[in-house]
Design a protein around this ligand. Structure first.
Ligand code: AMP
Length: 194
């Protein structure tokens, strides 16, 4: 049973690493960003509600986000562990995740903080904008996402540091290199891959 969080600024490579780590550990990667994007693409009621918020690089309200995660974590595949990518992002979301897990007498094992320099991540996101055409990858929106992260999400690191859960991993370098760093850091915490 492995319960992981992947945290880091936009463009640090969370999505890429989450997919690989999920495979390596045999757990589902749960990305709130992906859930929102697929709702936007399918024009569901939720998608219509969050589209403009995402396009501006702001956060979707906590109550909506928390509800989606509570639902997703109650699915059968997540009972055996999970890797959360992009959630929690606010202190309110931390509280909700604590509540969800406590209801099952569970807790997080490790919080992986993927670190990357701002200039590097902005460059990566602009490159992704050309490749994938994400609506929130324009330069202005990227800058806004960075400041929203700094204001609302970076305080979470302190919270999890106080619980001694955070491992810091350098997110620069090629994908396999970064994966190896994360796997090593998790192994040092007693978490072996499947
Ligand atoms: P991501 O793919 O994780 O960068 O998320 C893309 C966008 O989805 C964010 O900029 C937010 O608008 C929204 N989003 C994703 N996860 C959350 C969350 N935990 N809380 C609020 N908004 C979120």
């Amino acid at each position: 049973m492995t319960r992981l969080l992947l945290v880091g600024p936009p463009g640090a490579g969370k999505g890429t690493q989450a997919a690989i780590l999920a495979e390596t550990f045999g757990i589902p990667a749960i990305s709130t960003g992906d859930i929102f994007r697929s709702n936007v693409a399918n024009e569901t009621p939720l998608g219509l509600q969050v589209k403009a918020i995402m396009a501006a690089g702001e956060y979707v309200p906590d109550d909506l986000t928390n509800e989606i995660v509570a639902d997703r974590l109650s699915e059968a595949d997540a009972r055996a562990g999970f890797l959360l990518d992009g959630y929690p992002r606010t202190l309110d979301q931390v509280k909700e995740l604590d509540r969800i897990l406590a209801a099952d007498d569970a807790a997080l094992d490790v919080v992986v903080l993927l670190e990357a320099d701002t200039d590097v991540v902005v460059g990566r996101l602009l490159k992704r904008a050309k490749e994938q055409g994400r609506i929130d990858d324009t330069e202005d929106v990227i800058r806004n996402r960075m400041s929203v992260y700094a204001e609302q999400t970076s305080p979470l690191i302190d919270v999890y540091d106080k619980r001694n859960l955070v491992v810091r991993v350098d997110g620069l370098g090629d994908v396999a290199e970064v994966t190896a760093r994360i796997v090593d850091a998790l192994a040092a915490r007693g978490l072996a891959s499947a």
